[in-house]
Design a binder for this molecule. Structure first.
Ligand code: SF4
Length: 201
């Protein structure tokens, strides 16, 4: 197939999957607005989305046993292609059963897919890292400009509460330096109250 951008790329000890550039947010700090690639990638802007068959073909070019984990992240929100993400994760685990699979998400999957999507992850996804980004709905709206509006923040909290029931390792994160220092503690308290890990990235 022709080169359409980097669908898979190495970053740290992981293999990262970039299945879509779609995203319902416009975060002020989004790295997509600053650089065109990361890690071992040349371009994370996709000329078009790869089909599931193309994704499997491209994945087959990598030795999965060399990586600590497969991470669905990319230059977009991976749950915009949830069905293909899960099919890819299943396929990767069929090739390398011990492979850990993580999703880095903005936590808006249920609003994107218009249903409760957390149960879909059971037994397939080992870890989910959710971008909390702010201490409340107004702050989130001002920083991330989600197309779902003011309800987005509560949807992320609710998603986290439910995803924790089906995925063993759940983390909420904020981006250091993008919010006032005094907002970091309330963000940490939100994660702690939900019983998930907290990370400043
Ligand atoms: S959710 Fe992620 S990909 Fe989307 S705009 Fe924000 S930082 Fe960028």
């Amino acid at each position: 197939m022709e080169y359409i951008g980097d669908v898979f790329y190495e970053y740290g000890g992981g293999l990262y999957a970039n299945l879509t550039n779609k995203c319902p947010c416009r975060c002020e700090f989004c790295i997509r607005d600053m650089v065109g690639a990361l890690g071992g990638a040349d371009s994370l802007w996709l000329r078009r989305e790869p089909t599931l068959e193309e994704i499997k073909e491209l994945l087959g070019e990598w030795n999965l046993n060399e990586f600590d984990e497969l991470v669905f992240c990319g230059y977009g929100e991976p749950t915009e292609r949830l069905e293909d993400l899960l099919a890819t994760a299943r396929y990767a685990k069929s090739l390398s059963p011990a492979l850990r699979v993580r999703i880095n998400t903005n936590g808006l999957s249920d609003l994107i897919n218009k249903r409760d999507t957390t149960e879909d992850l059971r037994g397939i996804i080992d870890a989910v890292s959710i971008s909390l980004n702010a201490k409340g709905p107004e702050e989130y709206l001002a920083l991330c400009h989600p197309r779902f509006g003011i309800d987005s923040f509560d949807a992320i909290i609710d998603y986290t509460r439910r995803v924790k029931e089906v995925v063993p390792d759940v983390t909420m994160s904020i981006v250091g330096g993008t919010i006032p220092r005094q907002d970091e503690r309330p963000c940490r308290e939100i994660a702690e109250s939900l019983g998930v890990k907290f990370r400043i990235r």
